[in-house]
Design a protein. Structure first.
Length: 189
């Protein structure tokens, strides 16, 4: 796919993302090999919809027994800024009591959604909740939240591609790019 007119700058190519994702999977696999894990199985929880490309890529490289589950938790509602009020639109279909959980996320920005989800999963009885995110935007934080593993740290810019969207669009770009937000006000889809 060619670049899109709303792309201001490509930050990470598909190849860079693939390489870093493989490294993350290996690091995380090594971590879990040192833990006492019930049934030797980690529960991978993807936060839809943005996690899909990253999670699919991660799973290909993750050589440890796992189950996959998904949640839909949103605090965005179509804009470029968080509403600050996470809402669970789709919950888990399995019990996570006494299980090791790895949340797979596309980006940590304000940290509000991930903080909410991590606390929620702990409340549901998870033995341990860890987070891997493809992107971390520390300047955007409004809560104290750290990731356990991170692909790339980025500046406080609005990014799209590789699962990241603007109003549910641009997720299918095969790279991560800075969105030209100045064009959004009068953009015609």
């Amino acid at each position: 796919m060619n670049t899109h007119p709303l792309v201001k700058e490509i930050l990470f190519s598909k190849e860079e993302i693939d390489s870093r994702t493989a490294q993350l999977a290996e690091e995380i696999e090594q971590y879990y090999r040192t833990q006492d894990i019930k049934e030797n199985t980690v529960i991978l929880i993807g936060l839809l919809k943005g996690c899909v490309p990253f999670m699919a890529n991660f799973i290909k490289h993750f050589n440890y027994e796992c189950q996959t589950e998904y949640m839909v938790v949103s605090s965005y509602l179509g804009g470029t800024k968080t509403t600050g009020e996470p809402k669970i639109n789709l919950d888990l279909n399995i019990s996570i009591k006494d299980k090791h959980v790895l949340i797979i996320e596309d980006i940590i920005d304000s940290g509000i959604t991930l903080d909410y989800v991590k606390n929620y999963l702990s409340f549901k009885g998870a033995k341990e909740v860890k987070i891997v995110t493809l992107l971390d935007k520390p300047e955007g934080r409004s809560v104290s939240m750290e990731t356990d593993w991170c692909g790339f740290k980025i500046k406080n810019e609005f990014v799209v591609g590789y699962g990241l969207d603007y109003d549910e669009r641009l997720r299918n770009l095969p790279f991560i790019a800075v969105c030209d937000v100045d064009k959004l006000d009068d953009w015609k889809w």
